[in-house]
Design a protein around this ligand. Sequence first.
Ligand code: M6R
Length: 613
Amino acid sequence: MCGIVAYMGEKQAYPILINGLRRLEYRGYDSAGVALLREGDLNVYKCQGKVSDLEAHTMGKELGGTVGIGHTRWATHGPPNDVNAHPHQSTSGDLALIHNGIIENYAAIKEELLHRGHSFQSDTDTEVLVHLIDDIQRSEGVDLAEAVRLALNSVVGAYAIVVLDRKDPDVMVAARKSSPLVIGIGDGEHFLASDATPIVEHTKNVVYLEDGEIAVIDRRKGLKIRNIKNQVKTPFIQELEMHLETLEKGGYDHFMLKEIHEQPRSIRDSMRGRLNLAKGEVVLGGITDYEQKFVQAKRILIVGCGTSWHAGLVGEYLFEELARIPVEVEYASEFRYRNPVINEDDIVIAISQSGETADTLAAIELAKGKGATIIGICNVVGSSIARVTHAGSYTHAGPEIGVASTKAFTAQVTVLTLMALMIGQRKGTIAGSRFHRLLNELDAIPAKVEKVLQGEAQIKYIADIYKEASNALYLGRGYSFPVALEGALKLKEISYIHAEGYPAAEMKHGPIALIDEEMPVFVIATKGASYEKVVSNIQEVKARKGKIIAIVTEGDTVVDGLADHVIGIPDTADPLVPLLSVIPLQLISYHIAVMRGCNVDQPRNLAKSVTVE
Ligand code: M6R
């Protein structure tokens, strides 16, 4: 949560910062601010609202300067308002600091600083940190970098920070612990940002700062890195593989819609080089060294949050059916706090689009500490989770900007399917003929997704009918149960309609009481193992006058006669149905949210990357 960006070079900083903040706005959008250093002045502008509000706020003001920092906030400590917006300053006004994370012991530090005569303007934990750095700088007579290092030694929590000092305008100091920070190295210029998206259009050379490292960017001496124990570190420069066009809307009204439509490609990219039809094999290079561990594993634990947790549930069905390994799927936030039983021969699969989710990171650390093997499934290359896991497979979905996760889900499920197939084949738990049939079916999925997307006009028509609903139910069984949960999450997070996902048969144990003629019930009723049972569940809803929108296998005539609306998807094997059935549910949510006038890409109270617990 919160996006930070900084620049030092020959160009004017302000346009670079604003552009960078726009790219990072998915991380938080309740207030924004910049600080610019120019000829001995430190100009700070900040306000409640979005980056566009900040631009309006700065209109006509002094915006010159070739050094600057910028921040877009997702509030934790203190409500979203002008005062709590970043950057925060020291009392003298010499220092300005931006922060992504939480300083957990801020109250104790604040009390100490109050005794020492400091006064505070905001409710934030961040303001405490800038005062602490200022206090150390003065009392110890040290430069900014050393003051930052000493201050961070007494801080508990998570941070990515960048600090400017009016007295030393050619130096910028940054540091990170548990919150991401990327440094872009250009020609005579440096960039800092929460992720590479603000950097990619300026340079492809980046350094991912490691936990506990402090970067000092000096206009004359360039970049130096040391850690908070004062040990010098050698920057490891990597080349970015990101492309600018993947960060633009590309003609779509919203990132979410673009990302939904990208799924034929993103699923294909997640299979590329891994699924080899000619050889009849699956090879996930990132985990081949751990193949034997998988084969011998007594248990797999899957951890994740939100949509990634839903993908994990699909993974449970896949691994149990295809590789015959018992699986437990855990909310990372629960897992980390309940002293779970973890053994050294357990495999923990951590799933995360951003690779930065705080709860998932903490769950990994816990399991790692107990000796388990940790396998990551992440989308963001170089992200914290990708770096702390023992091994893993990236999803190649490309940047996902819309807060509602769409293409990341199908890419995660694709990678989980490949993993389960690969391990199942090595273990001999899938019959050869079935294995080959599933490979062929998986290979055909992108084209089938394309076909589902062609039905968007019908989905829009259905969205229009149900756009005023106050509640909705989503039902599915087997592989479609996690899809029901995902459909409900999509609807509630972007359209603010209350929605619940249930295993279809569980409905009669409670939720059925909610059904009346006002209740839209989305049912995944594709041909397969549970088809007849789901048809019975549809009958039960129908008998109570619920409105049924059914996702069916193309050509189905039985459900067609029962449901109010049917959306046909191409036939495929049961384990692959989630990759198709989720698409209409994503589109329904998108169109309902647009029709309700909601901000689809930046829903209220949410942020894309949840880096606080
Ligand atoms: O980046 P992650 O996959 O770890 O994020 C997990 C959740 O925060 C995320 O899936 C969230 O639930 C989305 N807003 C769902 O659309």
